[in-house]
Ligand binder design. Structure first.
Ligand code: HEC
Length: 319
């Protein structure tokens, strides 16, 4: 794999799950009833369990994140699929997208090939104008590998899901586009850009380092004067998932602008910082060629009443 993490995502994931388990054990009196704990925005994974093997659903696409070695498979129910093929921007009630995220690791018997490895999570977007009334008609739900809702604060998480999905309004706030695996006489142009608007939707502004909290400043190389800071709705609505999802976008911006790129909550308690510039070290990409060493640090393991933990991650990324 291209990535050589200092802390593997499996370890971070396990640590976070462990913290959840500990806090649930320590405070039995505040534990929610099981049915409620398994729901987010009124939806349980059980409502759509097995969507990934349901013959009435359609496989939409697969995505892979180089930095975290996570594979994502996205499916649509029939209502969502028809609207997607029609280029829908206003999905009808009952349209559902389901996504499965799988961590991967090298197959020990043949390390050129990565295999799904243990941890998985599930995400749903359900067109429901009542349950999704505060998030533009989509009810969002996130579950761990056991099918339990994992968001620490469901309202904050829902707003954060929406803040990112709202980056693609012309696709009805749905990122995935169907891939074709059909046999074809015309080979795809390798330089073709899959989406009509091949620009990043995340907005940045250049900001003085002196305006950042000390815990971020202290970790940046001394000579850094300015950084690129994420603006807009995305920065105002953060949850753990955003911190994680944004990293490759920050890496690209850091390489482009030649300064660190930062996503930070207003009060500075949650952040993701990516630095692909200082001490630009070239590194060997596993698929061949040279890449850029990317340094990232970000808040994780959010426990109420305690400072967030800060994880660090270094990997080799394409320029
Ligand atoms: C920082 C951006 C970001 C955040 C936050 C985010 N998503 Fe997504 N989501 C994406 C991207 C990008 C995709 C496309 C597939 C991929 O890359 O995994 C996606 C895909 C999906 C899909 C498949 C349909 C589609 O739009 O492609 C579902 C379902 C989904 N997300 C649910 C959620 C839920 C639930 C949350 C909140 C708990 C959430 N997302 C938060 C960026 C985000």
């Amino acid at each position: 794999m291209a990535s050589k993490p200092l802390i593997t995502y499996g370890a971070v994931f396990a640590a976070v799950l462990g913290l959840f388990a500990l806090s649930a054990f320590a405070q039995p009196s505040v534990r929610k009833p099981v049915a409620e704990a398994e729901r987010m925005n009124g939806y349980a994974l059980n409502d759509y369990a097995g969507f990934w093997k349901n013959p009435d659903w359609h496989f939409v696409t697969v995505r892979y994140r180089r930095d975290s070695s996570e594979m994502r498979l996205t499916y649509a129910n029939d209502i969502a699929w028809k609207a997607l093929l029609a280029g829908g921007t206003d999905y009808p009630e009952g349209a559902v997208f389901g996504k499965v995220g799988l961590l991967t690791q090298d197959d020990p018997s043949f390390t050129s090939s990565a295999v799904p490895a243990g941890a998985r999570r599930y995400q749903l977007m359900i067109r429901d104008k009542v349950k999704g009334k505060d998030t533009n008609g989509w009810a969002y739900a996130l579950f761990d590998g056991r099918g339990k809702a994992v968001a620490e604060d469901q309202d904050i998480a829902s707003q954060a899901c929406w803040a990112c999905h709202a980056l693609v309004p012309e696709r009805g706030e749905v990122f995935s586009q169907p891939i074709s695996m059909d046999i074809s006489d015309t080979l795809p142009d390798p330089g073709a850009v899959p989406f009509a608007q091949a620009i990043s939707r995340v907005e940045f502004d250049t900001v003085q380092v002196s305006t950042l909290p000390e815990k971020i400043r202290a970790r940046l190389p001394k000579e850094t004067e300015t950084i690129r800071l994420v603006q807009g709705k995305l920065a105002l609505n953060l949850f753990r998932g955003t911190i994680d999802e944004i990293r490759p976008t920050l890496a690209k911006e850091s390489m482009r602008a030649k300064m660190p790129a930062v996503l930070m909550s207003k009060d500075g308690t949650l952040f993701s910082v990516v630095h692909a510039v200082a001490g630009v070290k070239s590194c060997a990409l596993s698929g061949g060629g040279q890449g850029v060493t990317v340094n990232a640090f970000y808040t994780t393991g959010i426990v109420p009443g305690r400072e967030s933990l800060i994880a660090e991650h270094q990997y080799c990324d394409k320029q």
